[in-house]
Every structure is written in structure tokens, then in C-alpha cells.
Ligand binder design. Sequence first.
Ligand SMILES: *Cc1c(COP(=O)(O)O)cnc(C)c1O
Length: 378
Amino acid sequence: MSGFVFAEKPIALARGSGVHLFDEDGDRYLDFGASYACVPLGHAHPAVREAVTAQLGSLPYAHGSYPVEVRTAAYRRVAALAPDGLDDVWLCNSGTEAVEAALKFVRAATGRAHVVAAMRGFHGRTMGSLSLTWDPGYREGVEPLLPEVEFVPFGDADALVDAVRTDTAAVVLEPIQGEGGVHPAGTRYLRTARGATRAVGAALVLDEIQTGLGRTGEWWACEDAGVTPDVITLAKGLANGLPVGATVVADWVADGIGDHGSTFAGNPAVCAATVATVDRLVVDDLAARAAATGAYLRDRLEGAIDAGALPARGVRGEGLLLGVELKRRVGPVLRELALDHRILALPAGGSVLRLLPPLTVERTHIDELVHGLTEVVA
Ligand SMILES: *Cc1c(COP(=O)(O)O)cnc(C)c1O
């Protein structure tokens, strides 16, 4: 019996530990993407397990309208880590919900509906977020979606400036497009987006669901560009594998918020995981670690390309969110990597191999990946 939505892979996962996953036969796999950036501390981290277990034993659920110490702590941790000036935290259960909330908040705060998003962008699959997700493959059969969404070519600063109008509520961008092929926006583009939105009183919403929490070598990818948005969305790694999302907004956006809510939003068990995760990220300084190991990963990949051992057009991305543009279809490469070398990675489009391991990955694991990859493509 299998679910009817996902096409399942031929590896039955049974447990995880650190950067490794184990199948039902006890075979060990190196995780360079199976966890989709959702376990920055590595699988089954004891600090998270202990925090959640304790919370399950005291108060697993309390509605968001009651103050609960661990929920307040989660709000504080997320606000403290968020870019300066973003202090107001809405917790929810997934990335797409964080984007839905962002859409409602910016509409309410500006009284406007026009939203500019980028071609190749991915923001989730519920109806509002899907309206900002460009690839027709995600949208086919369920349109019409939200009106007044305008897509511009990602990275084209002039096109972005032209699209922003006095009735624009927000520009929504990923600082590095993840699903779309690991394409960094670049400093100039993000600064242009900041200037254009500010000039008309629109919000700049940066979707850091995949790029945030230290993955790119900074806590937030937007820091690299020196850009502070009005709203960021996060999810994926925020509770090291438990379902959580967050929309963090500047005061002017928070002041305009009308009704919003969700029964399980900010539930204490997940808040306990969130607090434990953020604390470990900060104490272990995993952003700095991602910068260092990411640089090593990039060097090794580029070295293999230069040596002719890896037929690829190049490496894109930052820190431990890297894409390798292969000279062939990525699907068969991923399959062989998994079945012959027990290394799990991800695609990002047809020919891009996407690597996003736990931030605790070590150089020996990187050596193992590069060795396996060069054997597969040889
Ligand atoms: C994964 C992702 C989402 C959607 O998150 P879900 O939790 O799957 O709904 C949105 N934006 C970006 C950039 C993502 O990587």
C-alpha cells in the first residue's frame, strides 16, 4: 500500500542518524538532499528529541490564543535570528502556509493586490502560494489562481523596476531560486528590488524557506546583499524535521494585519523543536560551518570539473545550497548515485544536481560524494 500522490522511490527508509539514513535492510545512505534542507542539525538530533519528548509529556497542545512559555520562547528565538527590523513572528505548519500568510499580511497592510514574482520561482502549492509559483507543471489543471500576479524574468533588474507600480502590494523573491535550478539573485538584483518596493510603499518579501537558517553561510541569504526585506518566510529546517513555518514581518506590515489563524499554528511540541533547533544552530555556529564546508564542497566539485572528471557546466549557489549543471539528464545520475553508491541527492530542473546536506556534514562525506559522483558520470 502506498500513498496516491507521491511517486515513491525504491528505498524504504527506516531510521536516520546525523548525515546518514538507513533502509529496512540496515543499508546506510549519505544524505545530500533526501531531507530537503529540513534537518540542518542532522537526522534524529538528541537535543530536539529531548525537547519534544519533554513537551509531549507536559503540554503537547494549547491554542495560540493562550500564552505558553515554549511558544513565547520560539517567537523570541525566531525574531532574534531574523534580519534586523523584523520582529513580529507568525508561526504556522509549513512553507506554503508561511507564504499564504505573507500574501494576506501585505495585502492588508498596503490595501493593494498586485504582486510581482519571478519566473522559475517556487513558493509552495496551496492556491495563494501556487499563484506565485511559476512553473506551469505545478499549476496545470487547477487554474485560475489569484489574479494580479505578474511574473518577471528572474535577475533582470530593469524588468523588475518596470513591473513595480503604485498599486503593487509586494515583490516576492527567493534570494537563491532552489527548485528552479539553484540560481542566485545576486546583490544588484536584490538591491534593485529593495529600492523599487520602497519607492512605492510596497513590501519586499523574501522567501528564505530553503536559503535561510545558515544554509548559505550567513543566517539569511539576503544578508550577503545587505538587503533587509519587510517580510521573510521560513520553514523547512526550522524545527529540524518537524512541521513548522514562520512569517516574520516589520512593524508596518504587522500593524495592518487583520484576521488570521490556524488551529495547530505554533503548537507547543513543534515550538520545543524550534527552540532546540535554533539554539543548536546558534551555539554550534552552523552558518559559519556551512560557509567553510560549502567552500570545500564547491572547491572539490570545481576541481573535478577542471580535471575533466565531472562533465558539468559549472557550480552555482552559496554555502551548502549548491547546484551542479550537468551535461546530461540528472535523473539517471541520481538513481545510480542512490543505488550503486548509496548517496541521496536532489534534482533542480532537468540537468541540475542539487546538494543540500545537513549543515553538520563533514569533509570526509564530501569526499565520498565527489568520488561517487565522478564514478557515476565517468
Ligand atoms: C519548499 C519551499 C516552499 C514550500 O514549502 P512547503 O513546506 O513544502 O509548503 C516554499 N518556498 C520555497 C523557497 C521552498 O523551498
